[in-house]
Ligand binder design. Structure first.
Ligand code: ATP
Length: 271
């Protein structure tokens, strides 16, 4: 669990204000942060990373206090277990793809380097320099580099924003796979509904330094009950106001079942 409580004066486009954010993030979740330009999304990531310090605040990550202004705790950025990917992440231009990962890794021999190269589909380009990569390939490397130290928190600031739609989609899929495998608690700043739809467990809207809306994106539970609207005994098929179902051969099929009855759907196969 990550607990954030942050307060910082900020000059917004329409004048002086205050960023004031309280958020709890479930471990292993992927939360999308969205909202108008200048709302404070990047600032929130920078505060979490330790690149900025709030006037008043507390950050606790899995029980470790990274920041507590009341007791003057402020763990420096290098000691916070964080991976960061920006819109245009800078790789070291003089190093190959593999060297970029090895440099960020805890040990240059870490087996995770090659595992990540394979996961991002860039094994064959491992000995190329960043200059010889496309924008999408560079972002893949940036994502792998952010994960190679097995951080507790992954911060992604519009990582697909500079990519064309097809490249963005393939990187989104890579991110989805990596998130499923590594389960790194992730904050993703995005303007894209597609990112939110495909990747996020939860979406938090930021407006002028505050949480405006905070929605759990867990799928609606499957309805267990429905009122029959159509009944086709011959074909073993019925529809209710909540779903369509086909009866399995072994399912009981009460003789007196009729349109308007409310039925439990749990014993039937969804179609
Ligand atoms: N280093 C800074 N010092 C002071 N104010 C800043 C700094 N960086 C950004 N701001 C201001 O803080 C506010 C929030 O900026 P921030 O970059 O966090 O917004 P954002 O929601 O990430 O926007 P965008 O979607 O355009 O990236 C803006 O009004 C911005 O001008």
């Amino acid at each position: 669990m990550i607990e954030l409580d942050l307060q910082l004066p900020r000059l917004f486009a329409d004048g002086q204000g205050e960023l004031r954010i309280q958020l709890s993030l479930e471990s292993h979740s992927l939360t999308a942060l969205y909202g108008a330009s200048g709302a404070g999304k990047t600032t929130l990531l920078r505060l979490l990373a330790g690149l900025e310090t709030p006037v008043v605040g507390r950050i606790v990550v899995d029980g470790d206090t990274w920041l507590d202004t009341s007791s003057k705790i402020n763990v420096p950025v290098q000691q916070r277990s964080i991976g960061f990917v920006f819109q245009d992440s800078a790789l070291f231009p003089n190093m190959t793809v593999r060297e970029n990962l090895a440099y960020a890794a805890a040990s240059p021999k870490d087996a995770l380097i090659d595992e990540l190269l394979q996961k991002i589909g860039l094994e064959s380009l491992a000995y190329r320099k960043p200059d010889a990569l496309s924008g999408g390939q560079r972002q893949r490397v940036a994502l792998a580099r952010a994960l190679v130290r097995r951080p507790k928190v992954l911060l992604l600031d519009e990582p697909f924003a500079s990519l064309d739609a097809t490249t963005a989609q393939s990187l989104r899929e890579v991110l989805g796979d990596l998130h499923q495998q590594f389960q790194t608690t992730t904050l993703l700043v995005t303007h894209s509904q597609e990112d939110i739809r495909q990747l996020a467990d939860r979406k938090v809207e930021i407006e002028r330094g505050r949480v405006k809306t905070d929605e759990d994106k867990a799928p609606e539970p499957t309805p267990m009950w429905g009122v029959i609207t159509k009944l086709d005994r011959e074909n073993g098929y019925l529809e209710t106001d909540t779903m369509q179902i086909r009866l399995s051969a072994s399912a009981p099929w009460p003789n007196d079942l009729k349109v308007g009855d409310e039925v439990s759907l749990s014993w039937k196969r969804r179609i």
